[in-house]
Structures are given as structure tokens and as C-alpha cells.
Ligand binder design. Structure first.
Ligand code: PMP
Length: 463
């Protein structure tokens, strides 16, 4: 095989895939007897595979990314024009689309003012961790270097980002890890009965107080940062309980801990506000974002900080060590911010934040209706078009269904032409949640289709 085939020769594409592609998140043995799925085309909320089969995509490109839907000529044309004008320049130079997008972004993020460009969510998070570490060195003799992360949260694929993962199934075989990362408990109210001492009343405040206890045990003078997802994504679509964020904010202020919010999934409209944290009145010091920033039309991520964080890196300009010694080669690609400008423009012009709120409420209602019919649905939770339905064997004990059952539901929906997700392959009992994150353009009809498929699938799988 010589790679000498064109895109229309789809059987050759499949052959080359089987021979040479190492797929993400996949065990490859099954591909010896079944074809890998290749997505060939997309328009709006739909994608078509190599067999010409149409699918309604309820997970925005598999992993919560294509917020504005497929086939957006407005983005493609802008990127094309920019690439011809200037595709790339990096190092310490800026760019026109970089400046324009930064100003637009900051306009949506009161209290924050500096944008650092990178390429992926993991990378943006690593940069936030590096800033926290550097601040510890500059200000606190290296002592205030620990970074807290939460059980069930995920912050990326690199070894240090994995050192901050609360999903053991993802990190289990990749240690040893970077030292100085400390785990704090999750805040999933539906599973509070698994947490020693968790109260029925004021669970949110209790869950935040557990973090304070850990800070005190570690020594507040050693803790520099707290990194949290506003709504936990792959860990089970966990919406924060009432009172949680207010208490978190108090704790960070009290102990002078930088609050780093990972908006890699929630950023750019997923929860019906520009950023997930804006639902909860949080004032972060650092925010990272990636997936929805350009809806997958170009690779881009951003780390956004307050001016106070930025100022710490310029307070002594005569010191040659006193700046953020970091670069991303592809942080200089002009396609990223160009696509991001248009992506944001589409969200504004088409009223997609409002649509996300409306359709999100509708979808939760529909799933609650399904829960009346299917006792395997133990909990429906979400914010905007970021929704999970946790499956249990028994509503009283809340014993989770097996991963096999969850995958059977996902597979049944797929056979019906509806792509839904499930939170990560898991340790027993950890993740058993169906996951829905359609593009922010979803209409009532789309939601009806998705829910009808889930209804039929649950009926067949849990007979
Ligand atoms: N943070 C969160 C909350 C994520 O869900 C992900 C990816 N699923 C990442 C970080 C890592 O992003 P990336 O895959 O772009 O490195």
C-alpha cells in the first residue's frame, strides 16, 4: 500500500485505517473482525459514516467539542483567508486574530484580563500548574507549591495533568506521577451516601468543608492552587450542590490559594452561559478552556488570568528569571483565534446561549419523564446542554449498573442512528452515566429524537 488513493475510495480508507491507525481510547482486537467507524462528513447536528449511514450527534463530535455544529462556512472562509494572509508566527510576537479574539474573550469574562494561547486542554492546564509553581518559587520560597484536584475531575492526558486526575481508571497504569498534587473529595450529591459523615442537609457546604480540612492537614502555607471543573464532565456530569461554590471561594480567599477553573468542556456556552463558573458567581484567578473555543474547526486552547496573576510575572523586570518561561510552538497558529472569533460570533448572532438554556431544560424534562418509565434511571442532572443520566440497578441502594449495560445502551442508540456518550470506562461503580451534549443549535425535534432512541434502548437492554 502506498497511500495513493483518494478520499472517495472509502474501502481503501478503511483498509489503511485498519493497517496503520492507532485509535484513541480503543482496544483494537475487535477491529480484526469489524470495520473501524470513519466519520466522513457533517452538517448541523448530523454526521455520516463511511457506509453512508446518517447519525444524529448528541455528543458534539464525541467529546463535547463542536458547539456550533458541523459545516460552518463562516468559520472555514475566515480561516482560509487568514491562512493565505499569514498562517503562523510564534515566539514573543503577537497576531491580529490573537489580539481580536483576546479582547472579545475578556469582554465575556469580567475580572480577568490576560490570555495565553496553547493547543489543547491538557496543555493549558499544565501552563496553569506551571504558573502556580512559579508563583510559589517567586513569592513563597517554593513552599506554597501544592495543587489540589478533586476526585472524579479530569484535567488532561499528559503525566502532570494525569497527576491531577480524580479518575483512577485513566491514570492507573501511568505512574509514577508528578509530586505535589493532592486529591480532595467529590461533590456528587447523588452518591453522598458513599461518603463518611455526609449530611442530607447542606451537603454542598459539607463537601467544600472537606477541602478545607485537607488544606489544614497539608498546611495552608504549602497549598498554592485549587483546580476544579465547574461541572465535572467525564467523571459523571456532576453539577455542584447548593452552597458549594460560595464556600470554595471563601476557603481560597482565606488561605490565599489560587482558584483555577477548568472550563475545557464548559467553556463557550455548553452550560448556557459563556463559562460554567458564571452560573455560580465564582471569581476565579485562572481559567482554562479548549474544546468549544473554536468548536473543533482549529486546535486552540487558552489560559486566562487576572491582572494580579499577570503582574506577579513582571514585578521585577530587571530579573532575567522573572517571566513565564514557557512557549507553545503551535500557540502561534493563526487559524485558532481566527476560528474562535467566528465561533463566538455565531454563538452571539444565533442566540445560542439562550437556546442552550431552553433546550437544556426541555431535555432534562424529557429525561425525567423517561425516569418515570425506566427505573434504571437513578438520577438526571445537568446544566444547559450538558446532561447526564446515571443508571442504577436498584433505586434504593443506588447500586450502579455494569459498564457492559451502559455500553449496550450506547450501542443500541448507535444502531438507531443516534450517537450518545457514557462517562469513561470505569472502575466498578464509578461511572455509569449516559452523557448528552448536543450542539448548542439543537432544536426540540432533535431532543425528541435523542430521547426516543434512549427510551427504546433502555426498554431493550433492561428487559
Ligand atoms: N479538562 C477537561 C475537563 C477535559 O474534559 C479534558 C478532555 N476531555 C481535558 C481537560 C483535556 O483536554 P485535551 O484532550 O484537549 O488535552
Amino acid at each position: 500500500m502506498d497511500g495513493n488513493f483518494n478520499e472517495n475510495d472509502l474501502s481503501r480508507v478503511v483498509e489503511a485505517d485498519r493497517a496503520h491507525i492507532w485509535h484513541h481510547l480503543s482496544q483494537h482486537k475487535p477491529y480484526e473482525t469489524t470495520d473501524p467507524r470513519i466519520i466522513v462528513e457533517g452538517k448541523g447536528m448530523k454526521v455520516w459514516d463511511q457506509k453512508g449511514k446518517e447519525h444524529l450527534d448528541a455528543v458534539s463530535g464525541g467529546v463535547w467539542t463542536v458547539n456550533v455544529g458541523y459545516g460552518r462556512e463562516r468559520i472555514a472562509n475566515a480561516v482560509r483567508d487568514q491562512l493565505i494572509k499569514l498562517n503562523y508566527f510564534a515566539g514573543s510576537a503577537g497576531s491580529i486574530p490573537g489580539s481580536i479574539f483576546a479582547e472579545k474573550l475578556i469582554d465575556k469574562m469580567p475580572g480577568l484580563s490576560r490570555v495565553y494561547y496553547a493547543n489543547s486542554g491538557s496543555e493549558a492546564n499544565e501552563k496553569a500548574f506551571k504558573m502556580i509553581r512559579q508563583i510559589a518559587h517567586k513569592r513563597y520560597g517554593g513552599v506554597k507549591h501544592k495543587i489540589l484536584f478533586r476526585d472524579r475531575d479530569y484535567h488532561g492526558t499528559t503525566i502532570t495533568a494525569l497527576s491531577a486526575t480524580g479518575q483512577d481508571e485513566r491514570s492507573a497504569q501511568y505512574g509514577p506521577f508528578t509530586p505535589g498534587f493532592v486529591r480532595v473529595p467529590h461533590c456528587l450529591e447523588y452518591r453522598r451516601h458513599e461518603q463518611d459523615g455526609a449530611p442530607v442537609e447542606n451537603y454542598g457546604v459539607w463537601a467544600a468543608d472537606q477541602i478545607e480540612k485537607i488544606i489544614l492537614a497539608e498546611g495552608p502555607e504549602t497549598v498554592g492552587g485549587l483546580c476544579l471543573e465547574p461541572v465535572t464532565a467525564g467523571g459523571g456530569v456532576i453539577t455542584p450542590p447548593d452552597g458549594y461554590w460560595e464556600r470554595i471561594q471563601e476557603i481560597c480567599t482565606k488561605y490565599d490559594i489560587l482558584l483555577h477553573i477548568d472550563e475545557v468542556v464548559c467553556g463557550l456556552g455548553r452550560t448556557g452561559t459563556w463559562f460554567g463558573y458564571q452560573n455560580y458567581g465564582i471569581k476565579p484567578d485562572m481559567v482554562t478552556m479548549a474544546k468549544g473555543v473554536a468548536s473543533g474547526y482549529a486546535a486552540i486552547s487558552c489560559l486566562v488570568t487576572t491582572e494580579a496573576v499577570f503582574d506577579m510575572f513582571k514585578d521585577d523586570h530587571t530579573d532575567p528569571m522573572n517571566y513565564f518561561r514557557d512557549i507553545s510552538t503551535f500557540g502561534g497558529c493563526a487559524a485558532g483565534p481566527t476560528a474562535a472569533i467566528e465561533n463566538m460570533g455565531i454563538i452571539e448572532d444565533e442566540g445560542l446561549l439562550e437556546n442552550t438554556v431552553t433546550q437544556g431544560h426541555y431535555m432534562v424534562e424529557k429525561l425525567d419523564e423517561l425516569a418515570e418509565k425506566h427505573s434504571c434511571i437513578g438520577d438526571v442532572r445537568g446544566k444547559g446542554l450538558f446532561i447526564g443520566a446515571e443508571l442504577v440497578e436498584d433505586r434504593d441502594t443506588r447500586a450502579p449498573v455494569s459498564e457492559k449495560m451502559v455500553q449496550a445502551v450506547v450501542g443500541d442508540c448507535m444502531a438507531q442512528g443516534i450517537i450518545i456518550g457514557a462517562t469513561n470506562r470505569s472502575l466498578p461503580g464509578k461511572n455509569n452515566t449516559l452523557c448528552f451534549s448536543p450542539a448548542l443549535i439543537a432544536k426540540k425535534d432533535d431532543i425528541d429524537h435523542i430521547c426516543a432512541a434512549v427510551d427504546a434502548a433502555l426498554g431493550r437492554v433492561f428487559t
